[in-house]
Design a protein around this ligand. Structure first.
Ligand code: PGA
Length: 256
């Protein structure tokens, strides 16, 4: 299946409201070939509403970086899928390694959140990935298997247009170290086969993004790697020039 590649920028806890709005306003003017790549901005919660407004009428997507699985309640500091939806948000990053490792989110929490996002009609960007220790112990595939099985537990099917998976080796996030083409290809292939084992054939079309120190220097090589359908980008998504350069490289080099 010929799918559109995806480039998602995860801003983490960077950019104030005015910085975020002016950033997307500038990118909106710069990216010309919007038809070939789906570009998604994932700013912090405070800027979501204004960024959705700034991008109104364009094909750019807007995503949140987290959501709580309950629809409402006494959960100080949390936000629900319904609240995100009411702001016009379409995507939610779930299970990012910083959520898992700094905030202690377990596979069970990730699973609840995936259900909540899907039930609410938004698209989860479901993150998985092994730590350096897992890789050194040769446990990468086992970890991916567990994260996918537990994360998607309880779903009868997955619609490739309604879920995105991001393979992000923890040791490559924000470190400047990227996985090699072989490591990425192997991991993406395993993700596909785990999905096919759990669901029907259709699930082999679920887009699988790579994340972990993607930048303007390695983007072409990575997007040409078998099984890579786009990127989830942290650091390099915060600067206009690097983000636009990566989008342009994906536009030109993605083979589908
Ligand atoms: P990085 O972050 O591109 O800065 O490595 C990726 C991510 O955290 O999604």
């Amino acid at each position: 299946m010929n799918i559109k590649p995806i480039v998602a920028g995860n801003w983490k806890m960077y950019k104030t409201l005015s910085e975020g709005v002016s950033f997307v306003g500038n990118i909106r003017k710069r990216i010309l070939d919007k038809e070939k790549v789906k570009v998604i901005f994932c700013p912090p919660f405070n800027s979501l509403f204004s960024i959705v407004e700034t991008l109104d009428g364009t094909s750019f997507g807007v995503g949140a970086q987290n959501a709580h699985h309950e629809s409402q309640g006494a959960f100080t500091g949390e936000i629900s899928v319904e609240m995100l939806k009411s702001m016009g948000v379409q995507y939610v990053i779930i299970g990012h390694s910083e959520r898992r490792h700094i905030f202690g989110e377990s596979d069970t929490w990730v699973n609840r959140k995936i259900h909540a996002v899907l039930d609410g009609g938004l698209i989860p960007i479901f993150c998985i990935g092994e730590s350096l220790e897992d890789r050194q112990k040769n446990q990468t595939m086992e970890i991916l298997h567990r994260q996918i099985k537990m994360g998607l537990d309880g779903l009868d099917f997955i619609d490739p247009e309604k879920i995105i998976i991001a393979y992000e080796p923890v040791w490559a996030i924000g470190t400047g170290e990227t996985a090699t083409r072989d490591q990425v290809a192997e991991a993406h292939e395993s993700v596909k086969s785990i999905l096919c084992e759990m669901f029907d054939e259709q699930s082999s079309s679920v887009p699988i993004l790579y994340g972990g120190s993607v930048n303007e220097k390695n983007a072409t090589e990575l997007i040409e790697t078998e099984g890579v359908d786009g990127f989830l980008i942290g650091g390099a998504s915060l600067k206009e020039d690097s983000f636009c350069s990566i989008i342009a490289q994906v536009t030109t080099n993605y083979k589908g």
